[in-house]
Write a protein that binds this ligand. Structure first.
Ligand code: GRF
Length: 197
């Protein structure tokens, strides 16, 4: 069996998607392992999931860097030092510099809680409810220079129900996210989906 690909995960918060990736990687047949979790926020809940699973963690607070480029350089260095081959963003709330995106192009993916290209950015479920859509969902995509706009790897849809609040819709979408992200990562790791700009 070929070696498992080394994954780095970038987080900023509670890390429920990280948790689902950790769970997927505990299956010895899954073709990847998480070798490093980086958070730009000290005390982010996801760091505990990583430590509990024996995964190395690093806090790199963006506020301590003079520029986006300097912050990204520190992330890049940490990823390289850990031998990371593929980066998963899981609730990472910083926008990358162009140079960083170019460097990792095709090897950095993100999960977003809408059916892109609809409802980019933040307050996604509020946007979906306000638009009156009957279906929402989540998307795993390659990261590109423009936020939430890289090539789509996989999507999963859920219904938007009468009386949904942003919270009830978020919970329904999140359940799908936890299934979709490991599947999408597997597609990328196995080279079954490739970045095409
Ligand atoms: C998820 O909804 C993800 O799609 C979005 O941010 C949220 C992160 O949640 N990018 P968690 O930290 O993985 O629980």
């Amino acid at each position: 069996m070929s070696a498992r690909r080394k994954i780095g995960v970038l987080i900023s918060g509670r890390g429920s998607n990280l948790k689902s990736l950790i769970a997927a990687c505990t299956d010895p047949k899954f073709p990847a392992e998480i070798v490093l979790v980086i958070s730009n926020v000290a005390g982010a809940g996801g760091l505990t999931h990583a430590s509990n699973a024996g995964i190395a963690t690093k806090v790199i607070p963006h506020k301590t860097f003079a520029s986006r480029e300097a912050f990204d350089a520190a992330i890049d260095a940490a990823l390289n030092e850990a031998g990371v081959e593929i980066v998963c963003e899981a609730g990472f709330m910083r926008i990358h510099s162009e140079g960083f995106v170019r460097k990792w192009q095709g090897r950095i993916i993100n999960i977003h809680p809408s059916l892109l290209p609809s409802f980019k950015g933040t307050h996604v479920h509020e946007q979906a409810i306000a638009a009156g859509v009957k279906t929402s969902g989540c998307t795993v995509h390659f990261v590109a220079a423009e936020v939430d706009s890289g090539p789509i790897i996989a999507q999963s849809a859920v219904p938007v129900l009468e009386g949904d609040t942003p919270e009830t819709l978020a919970a329904r979408v999140l359940e799908e996210e936890h299934k979709l992200y490991p599947l999408a990562l597997k597609l990328v790791v196995e080279g079954r989906v490739q970045f095409a700009p």
